[in-house]
Design a protein around this ligand. Structure first.
Ligand code: FAD
Length: 372
């Protein structure tokens, strides 16, 4: 029987471990240097019965039938549909900027005129990235684009990435569109929701197999790799190679938690602060599973640079020089025998949960010739 080591008990590691154990009947040791499973998606119920997402709000959404069919072997989902509000100079309104936002921030006459012009210039339901939206000839739409850029995008993006929007990659700015619709949904995916018992329980079920052994508080650097036939490494690829080509940069996040003796703090799970405050947004957790409590827990999210040994890696920074550095590590990775890199840290790529799962499912199918 082959002996496998999976480094990292997040979704990427858990899916691979589950498939090796269940589909190939092989033994798997899963290690994680953290004291818990589920990686970045770790959640837990606090003393008030509220499900807390330790590393920031996680909302499941996918258009992939493959991922949806797979994950539902381990959980049911509720019907939660994510919506984001923003506090723009004290007005609470919808983000991304859509037709409802238009009527919240402008007078009715002005909003109607702008809506007419928007409909004449863009396709219905179009999602136009803000930097694209700015390229207009019409004076009114130009003014609107300037408003959206300044009031929703500029300060928020500067806080989140630590640089002016022009210094941020197009793939990131495309995530902040102007949405020509009255749909306030943040995601338009076919399948959306929150696992009914939380994400940690999903990962626990994936790893609950007689062939799988889990070792927490265990760092790969203290493991003897030669004891294993194969290694699936979902930790940071630069760390695996002792940073010999340099460090891959990340943005990090610091969450400041507060508990209040009242049922709710704000009117929505997430409220962004694009015109004020040092933090980017406030998360209020009880909305996700509709937890009943006379208390509520919020987290204010502060963005900062990742520094080794000081904080966690959150977002890979998409920039040409970082991709080039990653590609050099990838060349080294290809020379490793029986070591496979995947996951958001192994691939140095921002993956939503569904994309991390899909990557692991497809990786397994390609390498082991078994359909999932
Ligand atoms: C702030 C934030 C919000 C997000 N919100 C959403 C959302 O709403 N919806 C969505 O779909 N996705 C969201 N995501 C993405 C989601 O978190 C990832 O898709 C998912 O965590 C990827 O799982 P993974 O297993 O690849 O990585 P991880 O969850 O990071 O797991 C990697 C694991 O490897 C372990 N590890 C690392 N190095 C070592 C080592 N040397 N030895 C042992 N163990 C090691 C780590 O401790 C970690 O547990 C969000 C991400 C961030 C940063």
């Amino acid at each position: 029987m082959k002996k496998n080591l999976v480094v990292g008990a997040g979704f990427s590691g858990a899916v691979i471990a589950n498939l090796l154990a269940a589909k190939l009947d092989e033994t798997v040791v899963v290690i994680d240097k953290k004291e818990h499973i589920a990686g970045n998606c770790y959640d837990y119920r606090d003393e008030n019965g509220i499900m807390i997402h330790k590393y920031g709000s996680h909302i499941f959404h996918t258009n992939s039938d493959k991922v949806w069919n797979y994950i539902r072997n381990f959980t049911e989902f509720n019907n939660y549909k994510h919506m984001v509000l923003g506090n723009i100079d004290g007005i609470i309104t919808h983000i991304p900027f859509n037709f409802n936002t238009l009527y919240d921030v402008f007078s009715k006459e002005k909003a109607m005129k702008l809506e007419e012009k928007l409909c004449a210039n863009f396709n219905k339901e179009a999602k136009v990235p803000i930097l694209e939206f700015q390229k207009q000839n019409d004076e009114d739409l130009k003014e609107l684009a300037q408003f959206v850029y300044k009031k929703i995008f500029l300060y928020y993006t500067t806080k989140q990435w630590g640089v002016a929007p022009e210094g941020v990659d197009g793939s990131v700015t495309a995530r902040v569109p102007v949405y020509l619709s009255r749909d306030n949904g943040y995601f338009q995916d076919k399948y959306q929701g929150i696992p009914k018992d939380g994400y940690t329980k999903v990962v626990e079920k994936m790893l609950n197999h007689k062939n799988i052994e889990i070792k927490l508080n265990t760092d790969f650097k203290n493991i003897n790799p030669s004891e294993y036939d194969r290694i699936f490494y979902t930790g940071p690829i630069d760390e695996y190679f002792d940073y010999k080509l340099g460090e891959l940069p990340y943005r990090s996040v610091n969450f400041k938690f507060e508990t209040f003796n009242k049922p709710y703090f704000q009117s929505n799970s997430v409220v962004n602060y694009p015109t004020s405050e040092d933090f980017t947004r406030i998360h209020e957790y009880k909305y996700y599973l509709d937890d009943k409590s006379d208390k509520t827990v919020i987290a204010k999210e502060y963005s900062e640079n990742f520094e080794l040994g000081k904080n966690e890696r959150y977002y890979p920074i998409p920039k040409t020089e970082n991709t080039e550095l990653y590609n050099k590590y990838l060349e080294l990775a290809k020379q490793e025998k029986n070591v496979y890199f995947l996951g958001r840290l192994g691939d140095y790529k921002y993956y939503d949960i569904d994309k991390a799962i899909l990557r692991a499912l497809e990786f397994f199918e390609e390498n082991f010739g078994k359909e999932v």
